[in-house]
Design a protein around this ligand. Structure first.
Ligand SMILES: *Cc1c(COP(=O)(O)O)cnc(C)c1O
Length: 465
């Protein structure tokens, strides 16, 4: 096979895929046995697979295709840039127009004095930049002992050695020698799963104060920064109690540490503002961006940095950078994506139209017998699958077994929703219409009914003791 073609039969594509293509976060045996689903085309919010099925993409790819699929303008922007200047680097005192324009645009959109951008090829790379940047910042200020970064269990910050260490996924830490030194994890503000008998408000405060306790235990002179997603995405769309972020902000203001908001999912309209930090009232020193920055049309990420941090880093040389930092084609695509988000008022569409409508429908999923905690912020949401919503019980079966069944039933009903353990998560393209939201909810309900029937039949509808 030496060309990209959609014309081979699916089984043949699947066999070639299993033979030579190593997939991220996929069990190899299962892949060979069942074959991967081959996606061939997409338009708007709809994917088409190699069998001609039309699937509603409730995940915007991997939380990234904010403007929807098939936008001709981005193809044009890419073609134009490839013809003019397909590549040049931004190392050693050189620059180019797309990187200049994108950095300026991001400085304009970002809140407060976040006016400087260090580009990367992805969210993982940007968070690796952040690790080195915050440590270098303190070293340049004469405080090299401030090197610990506090993060949270069940956070997701990427899959490179550095960003995966920042993340709090234990199953990732179990492989390949992570975490790296001087990363410290506190508990997440996940009231539904971990809140016990406390109220969400009490629990939010208690979990935020773990940051203060950690700073005091480790020593303020050892701590460089705290990193968190405004709303945890890959951890299961965990919406923190309302008391959580104000208390975190108070603690970050009180102590001399930097706050990094990982906006890779929350950024670019997902929560009904340009950035999740605005929705949740956070004032970060650094924001990590990727995904929605280009709506996934090209790999690009970056760190948007405050005047203060940029001035200190700029006072010396930061020995860091990627061949593709500020890649001209990716930058041109991102700029065109931002133009569309802005000129088509897609942030307002989320805030005033799509999110209020979808949130109301999504909440009705909470009436289903096996569903609790049906909530959204903007256009990201989740439900908990549970054998008993009053007691917020887990299933007796291994965590994720029921979630996997539900995901398969979604697929069978031409809907992509992901499962994170026994939570189902949703994050559709921001361009989704009310009709498409109705379709999404109808398919989700059908999938839940089928999942319910299947787990009953398999004897899985039992709470953990
Ligand atoms: C996806 C994600 C990342 C990693 O981005 P990649 O582009 O996959 O490297 C980092 N942080 C968050 C919050 C993410 O969701």
């Amino acid at each position: 096979m030496n060309a990209i073609t959609n014309h081979l039969p699916t089984a043949e594509l699947q066999a070639l895929d299993a033979a030579h293509h190593m997939h991220p976060f996929t069990a190899g045996g299962e892949l060979a046995e069942k074959g991967a689903r081959v996606i061939t085309r997409a338009k708007g919010v709809t994917l088409t697979d190699s069998e001609g099925n039309e699937i509603l993409d409730g995940m915007a790819g991997l939380w990234c295709v904010n403007i929807g699929y098939g936008r001709e303008e981005l193809a044009e922007a890419a073609a134009r840039q490839i013809r003019e200047l397909p590549y040049y680097n931004t190392f050693f005192q050189t620059t180019h127009v797309p990187a200049i324009a994108l950095a300026n645009k991001l400085a304009e959109l970002a809140p407060g004095d976040l006016n400087h951008v260090f580009f990367a090829g992805s969210g993982s790379e940007a968070n690796d930049t952040n690790i080195r940047m915050v440590r270098t910042y303190w070293a340049m200020k004469g405080k090299p002992s401030k090197s610990i970064i506090i993060s949270r269990k069940n956070a997701y910050h990427g899959s490179s050695v550095g960003s995966g260490s920042l993340g709090g996924m234990t199953y990732m830490h179990a492989q390949g020698g992570m975490p790296i030194p001087d990363i410290h994890h506190i508990n997440q503000p996940h009231w539904w799963a971990e809140g016990g008998d406390s109220t969400p408000e009490e629990f939010g405060l208690a979990r935020a104060r773990e940051l203060e306790n950690a700073i005091n235990e480790l020593g303020e002179d050892r701590v460089a920064a705290f990193i968190a997603e405004p709303i945890q995405g890959a951890g299961g769309v965990i919406i923190p109690p309302e008391t959580y972020w104000p208390e975190i902000q108070r603690i970050c203001d009180k102590y001399e540490i930097l706050l990094i908001a990982d906006e890779v999912i929350c950024g670019f309209g997902r929560t009904g503002n340009w950035f999740g930090s605005q929705t949740l009232g956070i004032r970060p020193d650094i924001m990590t961006v990727a995904k929605g920055l280009s709506s996934g049309y090209a790999p690009i990420g970056g760190s948007i940095v405050s005047d203060e941090v940029a001035n200190v880093i700029g006072s010396g040389e930061f020995n860091h950078g990627y061949t593709y930092s500020g890649h001209p084609v990716a930058s041109a695509i991102a700029l065109e994506n931002l133009r569309i988000l802005e000129e088509e008022n897609l942030i307002e569409h989320v805030r005033d139209v799509a999110a209020p409508y979808m949130q109301e429908k999504w909440a009705t999923l909470g009436d289903h017998p096996i569903v609790g905690d049906a909530r959204m912020v903007g256009l990201m949401g989740s439900i908990a699958l549970t054998p008993n919503k009053e007691s917020r019980a887990r299933f007796a079966a291994d965590e994720g077994s029921v979630g996997l069944i539900c995901r398969e039933r979604c697929f069978a009903n031409n809907l992509v929703m992901r499962h994170v353990g026994d939570r189902m998560v949703v994050s559709p393209p921001l361009v989704i219409t009310q009709d498409e939201i109705d379709t999404l909810i109808t398919r989700a309900k059908r999938a839940l009914d089928e999942c319910h029937a299947e787990i009953k039949e398999q004897g899985l509808l039992k709470p953990a003791s």
